[in-house]
Ligand binder design. Structure first.
Ligand SMILES: O=C(CO)COP(=O)(O)O
Length: 214
């Protein structure tokens, strides 16, 4: 299972979380990675943790003030990027352009989507993975795998119908090892999560709990 910890703009110490991600990754068969804010990418990557960007824009080098260029993210040490997170929605054409930009920079891609229909559309753009995250469950602590298991199974089916090579992750409210196991049982190859680690008093303990059954 892939466990991708999105730090959003939570007021945690990104380097401390990254060190916990690095250490827990070494102690488990699961793959554990962290997605800090763009300005923290370099410091986080220097810890040795697998580092992802939260977003890249559908642009190339040039006159794009305030945008995030995929090549710069890669140079800062990211190996992958989220695209179209529920909190950073893009138009379909821009999701396509962002996937293209990420591929140009050799970044692995996870395109997020709200529901199985959008997952099918996202899978058609050829990312490495898609992630279904029902927005109403994000940050609630109620795991998608428990509150809405059908959405995960339907997302897996929708992605497979379009491109069987695209992995499916799920997210929203995931915070325990049991949640991760339940996600896997529904056909998900990984989880995206944030508050369960970024807001935890002890991020290392939270991460250890997440991977314990894997
Ligand atoms: O948006 C998410 C991960 O990208 C999910 O957030 P929570 O884990 O806080 O529900």
């Amino acid at each position: 299972m892939f466990v991708l910890v999105n730090l959003k703009t939570y007021p945690c110490d990104p380097v401390a979380v990254a060190e916990a991600v690095r250490d827990v990754n070494e102690s488990t068969d699961a793959r554990v990675a962290v997605a800090p804010q763009a300005a923290h990418l370099e410091r986080v990557a220097e810890t040795g943790a697998e580092t992802w960007a939260q977003h890249v824009d559908p642009i190339d080098y040039g006159s794009n003030t305030g945008h995030t260029l995929a090549e710069t993210v890669a140079e800062a040490g990211a190996v992958g990027t989220l695209i179209n997170h529920s909190e950073q929605r893009l138009k379909l054409a821009d999701v396509d352009g962002a996937v293209e930009a990420a591929e140009r920079a050799d970044l692995e891609t996870v395109v997020c989507a709200n529901n199985p229909a959008q997952i099918g559309a996202a899978a058609a753009l050829g990312p490495d993975a898609v992630a279904v995250e029902p927005p109403e469950l994000i940050g609630t602590g109620t795991p998608v795998s428990q509150a809405d298991p059908d959405i995960v199974e339907d997302a897996v089916e929708a992605a497979q119908a379009v491109d069987a090579d695209v992995s499916v992750l799920c997210g929203a409210g995931i915070s325990t090892g049991d949640d991760v196991v339940a996600a896997g049982d529904l056909g998900s190859e990984g989880v995206l999560l944030a508050s369960g680690v970024a807001k935890a008093d002890d991020p290392t303990a939270a991460l250890e709990d997440l991977v314990a059954p894997l």
